[in-house]
Design a protein. Structure first.
Lengths: 166, 355
């Protein structure tokens, strides 16, 4: 096992454990903090794939901005472990069964997929570097990129309209 | 297991560890003496003497303060969330320290034929890394304020967090204008571009961008006039009201480390970093040897940083605190439009020069 593999296993285990803790935690604030750990682990995976830009933007946007808003909402609504509604036992069992079935379907679907030829380059590919990403984005995907920016603009306008009192 | 151990580049690991150790120690010592300098600067501005009891000129005052903080009784409120309460100051310190990893402190030194770059990591997304860490800085404040289980702390934490994320936007926009000129996100490359013979410092091309960055840096560090999260008259002591002993010390200390690091970032981005002003560094290097040059360059950066730190303190003891709505208006209605205009203007000029 090389350094890359050690890091890969470490990050994968971290991501999975944190993701499970997000679901299991009783306190919503703890859930959000575990979710931040998940984002860190995923960013680590991006760095292993040599996609540094994606890694850091994932941290800035998700862990740095969106999760802060989550925390804002949870703190302002004063959600605690006590206020968390206790679900019915049968509902919990149904949830576990449904989740397990979904996992089964995913495994079955991916079992015969051609994985050997689809392996990602570990630490060698240069498509994720900021220069190549920019060139691709502004040459090959110019129109979709601009349309996305219009989408964002409409989202901002929508937020302003909703935010107005009268 | 043996093969695994052999695959690591141990020499690089040792080199970087020593470098990290030195930089962290230097940051801590500088932050320590910033507390002393802050009180001395305040004293001079208010026509007082300032601390002068501990040691000559009161130079041992930071040590005495540190000892006091360590010796004080540590109180963790019974109704607080214990784990997060302890995590808060730790996170504040961690995020304050982490930024120093991408700042080039000097060019390089040669020891026994081996070239050692005086920068922990020259990643090609250096500036974005700084933004990433800055955006993490919110959590120290928020988690600490929430875990204290005190209304004042929570209010202050929310204020602080919304202030930090508001000013982050203008800061990012002001940097984009700079990046359009340099064409690189690596801090080392940015310094080398400014160091080249005949090149001016970025400040002269981006005065407005620098001004915006400076104001946002004040806001990000929670320094006066933007220390709304510590407004005593409204929120008692702010988000660290429930903290005592060294945990409180960590919060206060993190602020000073942030001041130091943001001074270093501003020097690097806009004032040539480790470049020695008015001197052709490469020619000087051939004259006195690379190692001496690197030391002089590090000294040059430190001088610039100290000048910025003094500026931080100067402003703190001159300008009164903003009201909260004024702060938000300044951030969203002045800083962001200005930064956008600056970005468009820079783009226009670059286009004009390209044709």
């Amino acid at each position: 096992m090389g350094t890359t593999q050690v890091l890969f296993w470490f990050l994968s285990v971290l991501a999975l454990i944190s993701a499970i803790m997000v679901v299991v935690s009783k306190n919503p604030v703890h859930s959000v903090l575990w979710l931040i750990f998940v984002f860190f682990a995923i960013s680590g995976h991006y760095i292993l794939l040599n996609a540094q830009f994606l890694a850091i933007v994932n941290l800035i946007v998700y862990a740095g901005a969106i999760m802060v808003l989550f925390l804002f909402v949870i703190m302002l609504m004063n959600l605690n472990a006590d206020t968390e509604p206790q679900k019915n036992k049968w509902l919990k069992i149904a949830g576990v069964v449904a989740g397990g079935s979904l996992l089964l379907v995913l495994v079955a679907a991916l079992k015969h997929a051609d994985m050997k030829n689809q392996l990602a380059d570990m630490g060698s590919g240069d498509i994720g570097l900021i220069r190549n990403l920019g060139l691709t984005l502004f040459n090959d995907y110019m129109i979709p990129f601009e349309i996305t920016s219009v989408l964002f603009l409409s989202a901002i306008v929508g937020a302003v309209v909703i935010g107005k009192k009268d | 297991m043996h093969e695994l151990l052999l695959q690591f580049d141990w020499l690089l690991l040792i080199e970087k560890s020593v470098l990290i150790l030195i930089i962290i120690s230097v940051s801590l010592v500088i932050a320590m003496y910033e507390t002393y300098a802050e009180r001395k600067v305040a004293a001079v501005m208010q026509d007082r003497r300032g601390p002068n009891r501990a040691g000559p000129f009161g130079l041992l005052q930071p040590l005495a303060d540190g000892l006091k903080l360590f010796m004080k009784e540590e109180i963790i409120p019974a109704s607080s969330n214990r784990l997060l309460f302890i995590l808060g100051p730790g996170l504040a310190m961690l995020t304050a320290m982490m930024t120093s990893a991408v700042i080039p402190w000097s060019s390089h030194i040669e020891i026994g034929g081996k070239t050692i770059h005086l920068q922990i990591a020259d990643v090609n997304i250096g500036i974005l890394y700084i933004f990433g860490v800055v955006s993490m800085g919110v959590y120290g404040v928020m988690i600490g304020g929430w875990a204290s289980n005190n209304k004042f702390s929570l209010m202050a934490a929310l204020r602080g967090a919304s202030q930090i994320i508001s000013y982050e936007l203008a800061m990012g926009l002001s940097i984009i204008a700079l990046l359009m000129m340099t064409g690189s996100l690596s801090l080392k490359t940015i310094v080398e571009q400014q160091q080249a013979p005949g090149a001016l410092y970025n400040f002269f091309y981006q005065p407005l961008g620098f001004l915006i960055f400076l104001v946002c840096a004040f806001a990000e560090c929670n320094r006066t006039p933007f220390d709304l999260s510590e407004a005593d008259s409204e929120l008692n002591m702010g988000f660290h009201q429930e903290y005592s002993s060294m945990k409180l010390g960590f919060y206060l200390f993190a602020e000073y480390i942030n001041v130091f690091i943001s001074s270093a970032v501003m020097s690097t981005l806009y004032f040539g970093g480790y470049d020695i002003p008015f001197v052709n560094d490469a020619a000087l290097g051939q004259h006195i040897g690379q190692n001496w040059l690197a030391s002089l360059e590090a000294l040059s950066l430190i001088v610039k940083v100290v000048a910025f730190i003094f500026f931080f303190m100067w402003v703190r003891w001159t300008v009164p605190r903003f009201r909260y709505d004024q702060l938000m208006n300044l951030g969203w209605k002045v800083m962001i439009p200005l930064a956008l205009a600056n970005m468009l203007g820079t783009g226009f000029f670059i286009l004009l020069r390209g044709h």
